[in-house]
Design a binder for this molecule. Structure first.
Ligand SMILES: C[S@@+](CC[C@H](N)C(=O)[O-])C[C@H]1O[C@@H](n2cnc3c(N)ncnc32)[C@H](O)[C@@H]1O
Length: 223
């Protein structure tokens, strides 16, 4: 997940990124493939219902890898990516806006908001605040995040998060959602969960063996 503006990334970190991307390719760690497929399916379902070309917000977008797949859909009009780092990125359909600027200036509504593997970095106990903010801009919010199942699975998730994010200065959480804290988060956000994919297979091969599908969930929230 290289940032758009990676000129400040040190040579060592760039090398680590290249090595870990290679390891991912060999051992089934490509997360974008299955994640973009599920986001494409949900986008198409919303389009079928609303029959209107879609504006999408990719919150905590990173390098917008999932949006790059979504932009290929003819039913997608524009995609705005929001994250915390400074960066310039624009294509015909996509553009990047820094977090502070977005919340200060944005007046647009979106047909869909996606936040993929973002909320646990914000914090399990603070996520409802972000969801409340986001719900002002859309009636469809799709969250992909992790479920932990006790001490061992928490440490496993922390290790995998460290592996995936150490080169990008993204903080590693102390805990992840579980069934109870996720339900509480939804309630505190004043949202309703209309669909939960509780076991979502994100990886293949060795990566799927190490962190199996019960650790990943996809949730469709509405006002
Ligand atoms: C694991 S990456 C996921 C990136 C992208 N969504 C994807 O799936 O490829 C987590 C992202 O969340 C972003 N993030 C962390 N805290 C955030 C916050 N408070 N607001 C917005 N984005 C945040 C990080 O900068 C990082 O790009």
């Amino acid at each position: 997940m290289i940032r758009f503006n990676n000129s400040k990334t040190s040579k060592n970190k760039k090398l680590l990124i290249i090595i870990s991307d290679l390891i991912r390719k060999i051992f089934g760690g490509d997360r974008v493939k299955r994640l973009s497929l599920v986001m494409i399916k949900i986008s198409k379902d919303i389009y079928k219902k609303d029959k209107k070309k879609m504006n999408i917000l990719d919150f905590g977008c990173g390098s917008m890898e999932i949006s790059k797949k979504l932009e290929k859909l003819s039913c997608v009009k524009k995609i705005v990516g929001v994250d915390t780092f400074s960066g310039k990125f624009k294509t015909k359909k996509m553009r990047y806006i820094k977090y502070d600027d977005f919340f200060k200036k944005n007046k647009k509504n979106f047909d869909l908001i996606i936040a993929v593997d973002v909320l646990h970095h914000i914090g399990v106990d603070k996520s409802h605040k972000t969801l409340k903010k986001l719900s002002k801009y859309s009636n469809n919010i799709i969250i992909k995040d992790h479920f932990e199942y006790g001490y061992f699975s928490r440490q496993l998730l922390r290790f995998v998060d460290f592996y995936a994010n150490y080169a990008y200065d993204v903080n590693i959480p102390k805990k992840y959602f579980n069934d109870v804290s996720w339900k509480k988060t939804i309630k505190k956000s004043n949202l309703k969960e209309i669909k939960l994919i509780k076991s979502f297979q994100q990886h293949d091969g060795l990566f799927n063996f190490i962190l199996d599908k019960k650790h990943h969930f996809v949730s469709h929230l509405k006002k």
